[in-house]
Design a protein around this ligand. Sequence first.
Ligand SMILES: Nc1ncnc2c1ncn2[C@@H]1O[C@H](COP(=O)(O)OP(=O)(O)OP(=O)(O)O)[C@@H](O)[C@H]1O
Length: 696
Amino acid sequence: MDPINTLYPEEQERLQQTFQEIERQRSDIGPVYRGQDYVEQLLEAKREETRQRLDLLDNDPYFGRLDFQEDGKAAPLPLYIGKRGLDLKETAAPYVIDWRAPVASLFYSFTGGDAPVTYEAPDGTIQGEIYRKRNLSIRDKTLGRVVDSYERGGDNIGLNDEFLLYKLGDKKDNRLRDIVSTIQAEQDLIIRAPRYKALIIQGAAGSGKTTVALHRLAFLLYQYQQQIRAERMVIFAPNTMFLDYISGVLPELGVGNVKQTTFAEWALDRLNDNVRMAQGTVEGNVWFSLEGTRPPIDDETPGRFKGSLAFKSWLDGKLKDFEENFLTDQPFEAWEGRVLPGSMIREWFEVEYRHYPLAARRERLSARINRWLEMQLTNIGDPKIRKDKSKTGKQRLRTYVNKLPKADALSFYQSIFASGAEGSIPKKVLSGTQPYLKKGFVQPEDLAALVWIHYVFNGAENLAFDHVVVDEAQDVSPFQIALLNTFMNEPSFTILGDLAQGIHAYRGVQRWDELSAVFDEEHNSYHVLKQSYRSTLEIIEFANRILPHTDTGLPPAEPVFRSGDPVDVVRLEREDEKVPFIRSFIDDNQERGMRTIAIIGRKDQECTSLHEEMVRAGIEANLISEGQASYRGGITVVPVYLAKGLEFDAVLVANANDRQYALTPQDAKLLYVGCTRALHQLTLYYYGEETGLLSS
Ligand SMILES: Nc1ncnc2c1ncn2[C@@H]1O[C@H](COP(=O)(O)OP(=O)(O)OP(=O)(O)O)[C@@H](O)[C@H]1O
């Protein structure tokens, strides 16, 4: 008998019982309370949480079953694993187990074999044996596929992969999805890693880094529910469109309120929007220029220098000097003959207020001198003379305070770049920075230093994070990570990236040890994800040909065995063949059921013109440009640097010739990003000479 047919009725019955239990519990909660009683209102909040949990369960109650016999127990027990847990009303026995519970880790770590297995429970290690691992697909309350990926004593060949492949074959829309039903063992290790770690993860394109990070947040909230709050967790991602793209995953996992932001947005907020950003001409014209004309990247490249820990140390020295020389020994003379000695002012500043940050010390000092002035005035009996002296004293106090240096981040930063920096800051950095600062503008790479100075001057404003996720971390600097670390009592980070996609290497890292240098050994934890889940075997093997040209020394990504169509590289004879070619690419792929299709260009301008030509030819598509807040799916024209992090069913890389993608590591990284965005179909076209990056 077909195994599906034997498994199905049993699971169908269990599913019906689950729905009945959910319904029982829902009806026990009763209607929504809308009255004024405070205690009832508090209880209502709890009831609402339960209602929401039951709603989530009702849609999609579980996805897996594991028959596990704990040592010492008489028989195996079927454990049903879902996105949320459900205990039986009557006995409180677990009926559906939350995927984050310790025992559920067996579902992910188990890859077959009859050997005993263990998991870590709060009371210690539990050992036992697995008799069955079953995947169940339930959609819209209906049981779909039921597949046993392991049965004790059975032949169990490759079934583990079958369910994964079935999931990976799906066509995508405009949102990233959760992967709770198919988390792989190497991913699970990262998701369940202890809280106080700085996990640094090098993951191949499509290895699930972003997805894993989001699942890790859901896990941490479950595991440390008394100690961690969602609103004290933060995800840093490269741009707002990417944030929009990933915004569905946490709600699907039942997690709300986690702050999702970009580093620039967060930093500007810290600086109270007191600085103006220069418009991104340098990045576009210099670092993304064509024909291999980009400058080489080294430690004196402005972005890398200003993002280094060495720059931070140098800055710390300057901040210390600034604080030490903040006061001259100038006394304050309120009026002729009434003098507050400089030594007294210094005593207040250095001893009494030494625990306050500089800006607060400055403020307290001026308030203290003012109080001293008031005291002197009370000693004057004649009201007319008092009024007169008060006027003089207050005016002189204003002048005195105005002469104290300002504890303002931008002014301080401008001053250190304006004078005396020649010996310590490389010429390249000075010339790439001074012209902007003189006009009052800053660049993205200045923000870490500015927030740091602001922090030293003003203190941390109660901004402690419980956990920080940094996605696309190859584009961030050690200074940024060190800065974020100061907002936490103990490091708790998930830092993920791929050096082969380091298209902003002029301000990011070239090796992961640059970031790990921020943390002590005890907190450092480095992981590699080599397996790539997004793309077909053919696409991954094709992209792997580009990898050596990135000069990162990274090993090739490992595909899961999901085969698709071969990758096409098509030479067009003339430029005017381009639009008909794009049209047929779109039509073919739409006919094959592809929902998201991207035409990936090299630069913004090229994409704008391509989009205009397509629209003139009657092809509807969305153009993605810098600063865009959302990704709509469908047909998209996008410059490659903005496609990073996204994925599409079918990708057409536009004009992959040797001018657009020269034989340089930077261009190799761009082309690698472009090609690895495709799930099922990848095509490249060019006219002129094919890029040399495709030759192995
Ligand atoms: N265990 C898994 N089961 C099912 N799908 C998975 C799994 N892991 C990853 N995926 C899918 O692979 C795709 C890539 O995931 P994700 O975007 O998180 O990878 P990434 O490493 O951040 O990629 P990139 O660096 O290229 O942006 C997504 O569609 C995700 O759903």
